[in-house]
Design a protein around this ligand. Structure first.
Ligand code: DLL
Length: 442
């Protein structure tokens, strides 16, 4: 069976390729209306704005955004479950939730119009990949409280695709359906895509011979090297897709075929990048924390929501014709950074080193612990394929080189542990790369 042919297009050219001055005007109008609405309807925002000494009349355009206070995940937690909703519950038709690392989940709500908006955002994503009626879309994001499954589901239906709502997990069945249904596009986390490739190889199934031609991968950080690895093993185009429950779910930004940053659907979600320490907005191109203001959502229009994701923004026009701002691939969160002996470490740094080594797969886990002497120790567990393990000399040499690269990339010394294939857990959803035993000890 030959790969299917996908031709990317624009779902909503009027907004996706709008001249920037017109777009700014639209954003400003929507922002002014949203600020007024949340001030009137959400006691939390009225209090916050009053405390910050800002009145809705002070906000006339997007230039006034920095006058507004931030919203954080803690604010959502403190108003659990529905306290930040801007409409009465009889207008809310759905909730989703993201599981926190501790305690209660973060709950988000949607009106009927919000669900429509969401489907439109995902329709843009589908068009960017070239999904049309007749194309089978296998949705292996988890269905349920997680926004991935249902979020993609309705948007894929909106463009008229044939959606297979298989949800995450049961890898054998995923592979069977992919062959039997002739799936053209696969949706899942990048770590699960890699796991599926591994399972296919084990079963003697060559993914290159299946119709599947593209993957829409997101919900967790992944490097460009990991993209290359997935593209090679599947013989597909791998696109990065980004979103978060608090803003809407998936459908906040997505890569076009130029694969040079993710276009943010900023007619609905206005982005800023700030210095995470001072909260000051940063100029174009500087790395900082991504912040969103939702200017069209009804149930949960968050103002200056701090995502904790690290990225930078680029405003110049893209080869694809879209004028929408692009964000650089998110390779880390301000809170998945681990500080070991005073040095900042991001899991993605380790991933990018591993993928420079021929034959090494990005299955890794980081364990941080505090030794008896109260000094932090960083262990990096990496799987080594049988072919290499069976040759004594090669293992020693590889260990030396890997340790050298990881130590020099991170700037600290780590304890490298080479382990047999399949000893590190695989994930059907978001991968958990870091085990911080220091936190577990309290
Ligand atoms: O993960 C929504 C989603 C589903 C996006 C499916 C893409 C595909 P949450 O569970 O609320 O929502 O987690 C949001 O996941 O703040 C990022 O830290 C991370 N994340 C999401 N997409 C990407 C990506 C969904 N493409 C959090 N690259 C966000 C890096 C991502 N990190």
């Amino acid at each position: 069976m030959a790969k299917i042919k996908l031709e990317p297009y624009m779902w909503d050219e009027e907004h996706e390729a709008m001249p920037r001055d017109k777009l700014r005007q639209l954003q400003s109008e929507r922002l002014v209306a949203t600020v007024r609405r949340v001030y009137e309807r959400v006691p939390f925002y009225r209090r916050k704005f009053d405390e910050a000494g800002v009145k809705p009349d002070d906000i006339r355009s997007v230039d006034d955004l920095p006058k507004l206070p931030f919203t954080t995940k803690d604010d959502l937690r403190e108003n659990y479950p529905f306290g930040l909703f801007a409409v009465p519950l009889d207008q809310v038709v759905r909730v989703h939730a993201s599981s926190g690392t501790t305690g209660k989940p973060t709950v988000v709500g949607y009106t009927r119009n919000d669900i429509e908006l969401w489907a439109d955002m995902i329709a843009r994503v589908m068009a960017m990949v070239g999904v049309r009626p007749g194309i089978v879309v296998q949705n292996a994001y988890g269905y349920g409280l997680f926004t991935g499954g249902l979020g993609f589901h309705y948007g894929a239906e909106r463009v008229g695709a044939l959606v297979v709502p298989v949800s995450g997990g049961n890898t054998k069945r995923q592979l069977m359906l992919m062959q039997d249904f002739g799936s053209g596009v696969i949706l899942c986390t990048p770590s699960y895509a890699l796991f599926m490739a591994e399972a296919a190889e084990e079963e003697g199934l060559d993914l290159h011979e299946l119709p599947v031609a593209a993957g829409i991968f997101g919900a967790e950080p992944w490097t460009h090297q990991m993209r290359q690895e997935i593209e090679e093993r599947w013989g597909i185009q791998a696109y990065d897709t980004y979103g978060l429950s608090e803003v809407i779910g998936p459908g906040v930004s997505h890569e076009c075929h130029a694969k040079n940053g993710l276009h943010i659907f900023e007619d609905h979600f206005i982005p800023e990048v700030i210095d995470p320490e001072t909260g000051e907005p940063l100029p174009e191109g500087e790395l900082g924390e991504l912040v969103f203001t939702c200017v069209t959502k009804e149930a949960l229009p968050l103002i200056r929501y701090r995502t904790r994701d690290r990225t930078r923004l680029f405003y110049e026009k893209c080869d694809c014709g879209r004028t929408l701002v692009r964000m650089e691939k998110v390779t880390g969160r301000t809170d998945d950074m681990i500080i070991v002996r005073g040095v900042n470490v991001f899991p993605s740094q380790i991933e990018s080193v591993l993928l420079q080594f021929e034959g090494i797969e990005p299955h890794y886990q980081i364990v941080v612990d505090r030794g008896a002497d109260q000094i932090d120790e960083l262990e990096v567990w990496v799987e080594i394929p049988e072919e290499i393990r069976s040759q004594e000399g090669q293992v020693v040499e590889l260990e030396r080189k890997l340790a050298y690269e990881i130590n020099s990339t991170l700037g600290i010394r780590v304890n490298l542990k080479l382990v047999p294939p399949k000893t590190i857990p695989r994930f059907e959803g978001k991968a958990k790369r870091v085990i911080d035993k220091r936190q577990l000890q309290g």
